[in-house]
Design a protein around this ligand. Structure first.
Ligand code: NAD
Ligand code: DAU
Length: 361
């Protein structure tokens, strides 16, 4: 009986990873879940089909910057844990408009920590012993790797984008609330996720949707930047395991040992689309088009997940090949999910390229 009788707050539960975590908690554990989400452009409550009328699921439209709203939720639901996935998550958007990233990722995490601490201090000793604050973060806080080496839990922070700087700030706040106030925190830093219900601004769904429309496939720079891909359901399992058995105050890196260049990713998507939905115009690889690089574009990310694997026995189930094939098939089978996002105004145009004059806010 995993988490039997426990209420877990999942902030950002209408987003890509948060929704995968909620699907996993509802399907594989006995936890009751409160999805705390502000419902930004990136949110999609349809990403949790099993939530409809589920007796262990509640939704609360609350901003993590709203202290009063959070306080009411803590008082009402008395959670045993908070998993903080609410964030602005897209690097290109952070280049054009960093203010929202500072607000949600830094001020929001601060506000959530303060309200969690206030609630924690009011618990009796057994409840305090069980309570966890799990902050979900990114490998981008470690900066960029050269051709060799891996990110370890002790790798110094060196964020390069407004997004990663805001996430690094939030990680430091979480550490400080543990060291200074004794809040029982857990921190995980994960590599690039992919899989079902991924908002189409991110590389993999972006290329699937553009490839299906036979639009140009915009590869930034020389296409040789490397990302370390993890299937989102493997990530959801890892997060649940860390929440259940991770050591308080520790950081766990999560990654799938799947380093690929962006060009390899895009080429493989073209091959899968050509096989599953052939085009009368020939291979989609003809659509690949090299475009201006992302400013401050990190060259390579690669995660050493040995601590998580050896301490908690986690292993990624999907290889990059199996996970990508499943993902492309999912986008073919679930067009209504992503077409609804296009219909409500998402344009899939290039963003995050510096303007010559003016500044972003
Ligand atoms: P996402 O953009 O898909 O979803 C974010 C969710 O947070 C949305 O539902 C949004 O409505 C909600 N949200 C945003 N601001 C909020 C606020 N102020 N209050 C309440 N809710 C708010 O993001 P994602 O890709 O699912 O990422 C989730 C977390 O995982 C983020 O913290 C991100 O930094 C981290 N992460 C993501 C990846 C990845 O590859 N996607 C990898 C490592 C870490
Ligand atoms: O590493 C973890 C991070 O992965 C998370 O913390 C972020 O929330 C998540 O968005 C992701 O960041 P990236 O910047 O790596 O992901 P993105 O999908 O935006 O881009 C992946 C790579 O593909 C990157 O090198 C930029 C490139 N790219 C992206 C897009 C959207 C292209 O070449 N063309 C594109 O159209």
């Amino acid at each position: 009986m995993r988490f039997k009788g426990d209420v877990i707050f999942v902030t950002g539960g209408a987003g890509f990873i948060g929704s995968a975590v909620i699907r996993h908690l509802l399907d594989e554990t006995d936890a009751s879940v409160v999805n705390v989400d502000k419902l930004t452009y990136a949110a999609c409550l349809e990403s949790i089909p099993q939530a409809v009328d589920h007796p262990r699921y509640r939704f609360a439209k609350v901003d993590i910057c709203d202290a009063r709203g959070l306080r009411n939720l803590f008082d009402q639901y008395r959670p045993a844990a908070v998993m903080n996935l609410a964030a602005e998550s897209h690097v290109d958007r952070s280049i054009d408009g960093p203010a929202e990233f500072i607000q949600t990722n830094v001020v929001g995490t601060f506000t959530l920590l303060q309200e969690a601490l206030r609630y924690f201090r009011g618990l009796d000793h057994p409840a305090q012993t069980r309570f966890r604050f799990h902050h979900i973060s990114t490998d981008e806080v470690y900066g960029s790797l050269g051709d060799h080496g891996l990110f370890h839990e002790a790798t110094p922070y060196a964020p390069n984008s407004p997004y990663s700087a805001s996430k690094a700030s939030s990680d430091h706040l979480v550490r400080a609330w543990r060291e200074t106030y004794g809040l029982p925190t857990l921190l995980t830093n994960c590599s690039n996720n992919y899989g079902p219900y991924h908002f189409p601004e991110k590389l993999i769904p972006h290329m699937i949707i553009k490839g299906l429309a036979e639009d140009p496939l915009p590869v930034y720079g020389d296409g040789r930047n490397i990302r370390d891909w993890l299937y989102v359901e493997d990530h959801a399992r890892a997060l649940t395991l860390v929440l259940e058995r991770g050591r308080i105050g520790q950081t766990y890196n999560i990654g799938g040992r799947n380093e690929r260049t962006n060009l390899h990713v895009v080429t493989t998507i073209c091959e899968l689309l050509d096989r599953l939905e052939p085009s009368s115009h020939g291979s989609r690889q003809r659509l690949i088009s090299f475009v201006a690089d992302r400013p401050g574009h990190d060259r390579r990310y690669a995660i050493d997940a040995a601590k998580l694997e050896s301490e908690l026995g986690w292993r990624a189930v999907e290889t990059f090949e199996s996970g990508l094939a499943k993902t492309v098939q999912w986008y073919l089978d679930n067009r209504s999910w992503w077409q609804a996002i296009l219909e409500r105004g998402y344009k899939a145009t290039r963003i995050g390229v510096l303007q010559k004059t003016g500044h972003s806010a």
